[in-house]
Design a protein around this ligand. Sequence first.
Ligand code: SF4
Length: 474
Amino acid sequence: MISDPIELRTTLEKRAYEVWISEIMLQQTRVATVIDYWTRWMAKWPTIHDLAAAKSEDVLAQWSGLGYYSRATRIHEAAKLAVGDPDMKGLLPSSAKDLEAKMPGVGAYTAGAISCIVFGNPSAMVDGNVFRVLSRQLGIHGNVKADKAVIDTIWAAADALVKATSELDGDDGSINTEPNDRSGQWGQALMELGSTICTPNPNCSQCPITSTCRVYKEGELQAKKSKEASPRIPDIEDACTLCEPFEGDLEDSDDDSAQDKKRGKAKKPDAKQSKQATLTAFAFTKKTISSSSSLSSPAAAASTASKETMVAITRYARKFPVKPIKKAVRIEETLVCAIRRGDGQYLIQRRPLKGLLAGLWEFPSKLLEASAKIDKKKREQLSVEYVSGLLHGTKAGKKPKISCKGELGSIDWQFTHIKLTMHVHLFTVGEDAMVTEDDEEQPRQWVVDVAGFESMGTGMRKCWDMVKAEAEEL
Ligand code: SF4
């Protein structure tokens, strides 16, 4: 416990900065990859003040390879805002609500994580793993990515759980609601469970919280039902519209993709036919631990369920949450034009600050019209027109001499929702070629060392490898 207020403030400021950067890096990127990036980032900018003073070019360069570059831009914006704000002075807000409202790029999950892990507040942090664990614990067969009612219900449950968990019970029976590290440990434990045991293909036989798991119980009943006819007792849950129905026959349906098709008729088994611990029983407070004597160890759960039953349970659990229908991948083609000047310099330009690969540098590129069937000859013609439009003359006021060396090849690059094919063209121009005036949104410059230009995306670097090999022959 730090008693000196100045030391406490410094510690919180540093910790909040570290957790914030790691959480943003971890969005869409694996831990193993992030560790190296995070270590280099902290070595370069040890405090939020250092980051706020950095050049945006350097921030993007440091992010290079992590993808989703708008994350880096927003981190930088947020750092400048937090340092310049007379109230914050570099210390991030402690409440999840303020973090989400005031910090660019900080969503509900990241806000909860910072508030909870750094400041010890009972704030819920619900990432993809926690959505999966809680949808199974609560038995909600819904879409946790798109269905607002489902999302709100799971967040509300997570919120209630973290609040119950963080309450410290005094020896005299009093409840202390001061910030503490239990909420952070709780949130991280749930995420850990989701990433190791309650994975998309869960290992229910090793799960420590089977006794509170609605889906486990329903799966068990499902297995029983296949052996004996069991009359269904209607209850109040029949009035709930949160869950989506299952496709076809529950027992036989082991095809997850079936859920992507039209939703079918089958209903969930009725877990109330059997006594089940409530969800709050797995928030281990003194108040609930005594009533949760039925909480079972993984070994106990595995020993009471036969192998056949366990297979049925995990098969059933895999159906939770509902798999969202995947968005169709967009097919795009672009002309990448490497323009080499007589003095060996290449023209590069910065991409717009919003959208795909925001703020990164690239060879001048032109997106081809979607659905147009354009062959190699036509692509070459279009790239010549494009480059001619970029170079408006020479210093002597003459038309620049442009020589097209042709299409060197094509590189396929996959983004989450886009499959991009980059057709790489090489041009040579005279030493005195000048670039058409650009606007602030898309500055251009001639550079000698393309490889050393760090804020360039990985796909564009592949194009550079192709250009470099050809340019050596010139
Ligand atoms: S019992 Fe199975 S489905 Fe339920 S929380 Fe544990 S691993 Fe997940």
